[in-house]
Design a protein around this ligand. Structure first.
Ligand SMILES: *[C@@H]1O[C@H](CO)[C@@H](O)[C@H](O)[C@H]1NC(C)=O
Ligand SMILES: *[C@@H]1O[C@H](CO)[C@@H](O)[C@H](O)[C@H]1NC(C)=O
Ligand SMILES: *[C@@H]1O[C@H](CO)[C@@H](O)[C@H](O)[C@H]1NC(C)=O
Ligand SMILES: *[C@@H]1O[C@H](CO)[C@@H](O)[C@H](O)[C@H]1NC(C)=O
Ligand SMILES: *[C@@H]1O[C@H](CO)[C@@H](O)[C@H](O)[C@H]1NC(C)=O
Ligand SMILES: *[C@@H]1O[C@H](CO)[C@@H](O)[C@H](O)[C@H]1NC(C)=O
Length: 502
């Protein structure tokens, strides 16, 4: 290839004088010396090209002489009688073709040299990435593998094209090919050496997610079958008809041995959805309420973090409820009820609950020290207790949550010690009893709106044997249940029709 260029440069010089006026050669002679033989160097590259040697010879046969006037005469005899115009033209044409081909080849070479350098960089990059993956078996992902495999494949394709273009062989291309093959092997090996099963775990996670989505889809398909829930805080429904299976939120923050207690979420009609969560396990004697914790969010509660920890001396039993940022408790060893401001942890008001039995006189079945049980619903603060006058049957009082003064009282025919717990929803008291170690039943209701009472059969699954407290949240439509140290909650399902025949 290299020979082509000087050859082509020489050719026009050669052809020019050949086709032109030979007589001009006379004037080319600068040397006036009569004795010296004029030497004409036709072309500096002339003799160096082997392809032009035959042409050179054709013009070497000439003679020179000086005439009597001292003018140098020179004559050239061409070897053929006719100048080989055709041959030169063919030569010219061939040279042109060759020149074009050369230009194409040259540009190809330039292109491939560029591509090779790009792919060399890519190869280095890939090698670095594979090395990183080899070192760190956790960080890489399936996507990393896929990307590298795709890039390697692309490069393999290019190398094959390169090889086809370079007829014969090129060391660089061969070397690149080997390196790419090597890279492919390394990536494949890496994949099989996936010791941590990262890829299979990721695939499983994807499969699980898909199943989860299916579940959600089927769940949402079921939704039309159940009545649309009433608006939070609204009582435009026909009462409680069912509860969901319990969700175990967690073990209380004191641990497994703190089997007695209560938990729930503050409800305030002004800020219904923003109440903080409270957890109040009794001391292990099952009587003293001394420590409680508040959490701004359920996530904090779940993670046991950002808890506000407080002590009071002392509440009694697990009948505690929280309403409007105040905690309501039965004060220790008395028939008194107290209101604790949760912002200050100070007892704001203490009142005697008139005629209330206390100190285990009429507590709940299987639950001691809960003669006085507070409840919160859409209408406000309630207290459920018993009196001697009502022969141990449940008494329901509506309280002024500011002053703790009793606003109104209802007397039921349900004996309180045979009830395991109770809660209020829209002015209706719901009472539970124990059916078995795994099932509780909402079996009784008393509607303070109508004075009606009656039977229900709503099963409540539980995790542990004893339900120590149930607190209803009007906005969440959930029951917060303290079950032998575990915090559970249940979704409450309401009857669709407005209240009439509960
Ligand atoms: C030069 O030309 C003469 C006739 O003019 C011829 O006899 C001779 O052979 C030629 N020499 C060469 C080297 O061609
Ligand atoms: C090398 O790979 C990294 C990603 O790992 C990429 O950000 C970077 O642009 C690549 N460099 C070249 C020259 O391809
Ligand atoms: C393949 O790559 C590995 C690691 O970079 C190297 O040790 C080995 O010599 C390479 N093999 C070939 C055939 O290039
Ligand atoms: C009540 O809810 C439970 C748990 O979701 C469910 O298994 C049961 O079929 C429901 N009962 C009625 C009568 O809807
Ligand atoms: C609780 O106490 C704080 C500080 O004294 C007071 O600003 C707030 O109004 C009280 N909250 C209630 C509900 O009484
Ligand atoms: C509750 O008590 C407070 C303070 O005594 C009083 O201002 C308020 O009117 C009472 N509310 C009701 C509904 O009786």
């Amino acid at each position: 290839m290299r020979l082509g260029l000087p050859f082509l440069l020489a050719l026009p010089f050669l052809l020019g004088p050949a086709a032109g006026d030979w007589g001009d050669l006379e004037t080319l002679s600068p040397d006036p010396s009569p004795s010296s033989f004029p030497s004409y160097d036709f072309s500096p590259g002339f003799s160096s090209g082997s392809g032009s040697s035959s042409v050179s010879q054709s013009f070497s046969n000439f003679t020179g002489s000086k005439d009597d006037r001292g003018t140098c005469q020179c004559s050239i005899t061409l070897p053929d009688t006719t100048f080989p115009v055709e041959r030169v033209e063919r030569l010219e044409y061939t040279a042109h073709i060759l020149s074009e081909k050369f230009k194409i080849e040259l540009s190809k070479v330039k292109e491939y040299v560029h591509l090779i350098s790009v792919y060399e960089k890519k190869l280095v990059n890939l090698t670095v990435r594979v090395e990183i993956m080899e070192k760190d078996t956790i960080q890489y992902s399936e996507l990393d593998f896929e990307l590298i495999k795709i890039e390697v494949k692309e490069m393999q394709k290019l190398i094959i094209r390169l090889k086809e273009s370079f007829v014969g062989s090129s060391e660089i291309v061969d070397q690149l090919e080997v390196e790419i093959r090597n890279l492919t092997l390394v990536v494949e090996k890496l994949e099989t050496l996936d010791k941590n099963n990262v890829l299979s775990i990721r695939r499983e996670i994807v499969a699980l997610k898909d199943r989860l989505k299916e579940c959600e889809a089927s769940k949402s398909e079921m939704v039309p079958a159940t009545p649309p829930p009433p608006a939070p805080g609204s009582c435009s429904h026909g009462g409680v008809v069912n509860v969901s299976r319990p969700a175990v939120v967690q073990l209380n923050w004191q641990g497994f041995s703190y089997k007695y207690g209560a938990w729930g979420r503050d409800y305030s009609p002004q800020h219904p959805g923003t109440g903080l969560y409270w957890v109040a396990p009794l001391n292990t004697d099952g009587r003293y309420l001394e420590y409680y914790r508040l959490y701004n969010t359920l996530d904090d509660l779940l993670l046991y973090k950002h808890a506000q920890h407080y002590r009071i001396a002392y509440g009694q039993g697990s009948g505690t409820a929280v309403y409007n940022n105040n905690m309501y408790v039965n004060w220790y060893n008395t028939g008194n009820i107290a209101k604790v401001n949760l912002s200050t942890n100070k007892v704001a008001v203490t009142e005697t609950l008139p005629n209330a039995a206390y100190n285990n006189r009429f507590s709940y079945a299987n639950v001691a020290w809960q003669d006085i049980d507070f409840a919160v619903d859409e209408n406000g603060l309630w207290v459920i207790y018993s009196t001697e006058a009502n022969t141990g049957n449940m008494v329901i009082s509506k309280l002024n949550d500011t002053s703790l003064v009793v606003l109104n009282t209802w007397y039921t025919k349900q004996y309180k010690p045979s009830v395991s717990n109770a809660f209020m929803v829209c002015g209706v008291l719901y009472a539970t009893r124990t059916l078995s170690t795994r099932t509780e039943e909402i079996f009784y209701y008393y509607d303070t709106n109508t004075g009606k009472e009656g039977r229900l059969e709503i099963a409540m699954h539980k995790m542990q044997e004893n339900v120590h407290s149930i607190n209803y949240h009007p906005f969440d439509h959930k029951l917060y249940v303290y079950n032998d140290g575990y915090l559970l909650n249940y979704d409450v399902i309401f009857k669709r029709e407005p209240q009439q025949d509960v």
